[in-house]
Design a protein around this ligand. Structure first.
Ligand code: SAM
Length: 296
């Protein structure tokens, strides 16, 4: 077990520690004060692409040496990073954008540090998935991040069919050259009326949010070539019927507790307000439950 030392929160740096530092997803100023301070203070920064990151680091006056750590050398680098930290060094891991390890390298390194009993400390910040989710207008109480869809058509359709019936919000990343094909595939597998939000170029100059049904979004994006350029997050609503069913299960549990203690109308009012379920089916359910009880 490793314990977070409180001094981290006072901005003094711990030795033998790997800091996982989130960097901006577009706007260079979307980085925390603590992230900047940490990046300035560690002995070295492991970066996915040192040239790419040098622009951000310069912008914030960070002169710490950088070492490359990317998907192709992570496995082999992990042992030397672990040795460096064990010898008393401190290091930060950053990726090209957003939060490391979120569809980015770092998992094997973090695992290696944990296995070696070294402290790993998160410095949280931007991620395209949370940025898109919070402006999607779709339910945020339960969601699943599913990464990038497979590139090949058949594999993508199969992958989507395993997700199509899930009741919660889905978040996926997509590259510019496949965005249209993926929206088309979602339309075919999940139905064109499924609600979605496509978030393009978040925090950048041409940030655009497309809200509506998948069919509407696919149509309006394919009508305008400009909308097919940039970086994309697709936020897709869950399967409505199953979502309703899951909510009605919760309503039933709540009614079981409330009905013995209050009039039907009061119990239904409480459940509708607390769980945000539709009134009529909840009332019908409550009547059926009370009738079943009195028949016993
Ligand atoms: N680690 C990053 C994060 O925390 O969001 C994700 C890295 S992943 C390799 C890159 C993908 O993230 C892009 O292809 C795109 O789908 C999404 N993405 C990154 N920045 C974005 C932005 N500014 N707007 C929309 N999507 C973005």
């Amino acid at each position: 077990m490793t314990e977070a030392n409180n001094s981290v929160y006072e901005n003094s740096l711990n030795k033998n520690t790997l800091y996982i530092v989130a960097t901006p997803i577009g706007n260079k100023d979307d980085i925390s004060l603590r992230a900047i301070e940490t990046l300035r203070s560690v002995d070295r920064i492991y970066a996915e692409d040192t040239r790419h990151s040098s622009v951000l680091l310069r912008h914030h006056g960070i002169a710490t040496p950088t070492v490359s750590l990317h998907e192709h050398n992570e496995e082999q680098r992990t042992a030397s990073v672990v040795a460096f930290l064990q010898e008393g060094g401190s290091a930060a891991l950053i990726s090209d954008a957003g939060t490391p390890l979120i569809s980015d390298p770092g998992y094997r390194l973090v695992r290696g540090c944990i296995d070696a009993d070294l402290a790993v400390c998160p410095i949280p910040g931007a991620s395209a998935l949370t940025a898109a989710l919070c402006v999607s207008g779709l339910p945020t109480d339960r969601f699943q991040y599913v990464g990038f869809p497979p590139a090949r058509e058949t594999a993508r359709a199969q992958w989507l069919s395993t997700l199509a019936a899930l009741p919660h919000t889905l978040i996926m990343y997509e590259a510019r050259h496949r965005i249209l094909a993926t929206l088309q595939a979602i339309e075919e597998v999940c139905g064109g009326e499924r609600r979605a939000c496509v978030a393009r170029e978040l925090t950048k100059r041409f940030e655009t949010l497309h809200h509506g049904s998948i069919a509407q979004i696919r149509q309006s994006m394919s009508d305008d070539d400009m909308q097919l350029k940039g970086e994309f997050v697709i936020v897709l609503s869950g399967h409505q019927a199953l979502e309703d069913e899951a909510n009605m299960d919760k309503a039933k549990q709540a009614l079981q507790i409330l009905l013995p203690h209050m009039p039907i109308k009061v119990a239904v009012k409480c459940v509708v307000e607390l769980l945000d379920v539709p009134r009529k089916p909840t009332y019908n359910l409550a009547v059926a439950m009370r009738n079943a009880d009195s028949a016993d």
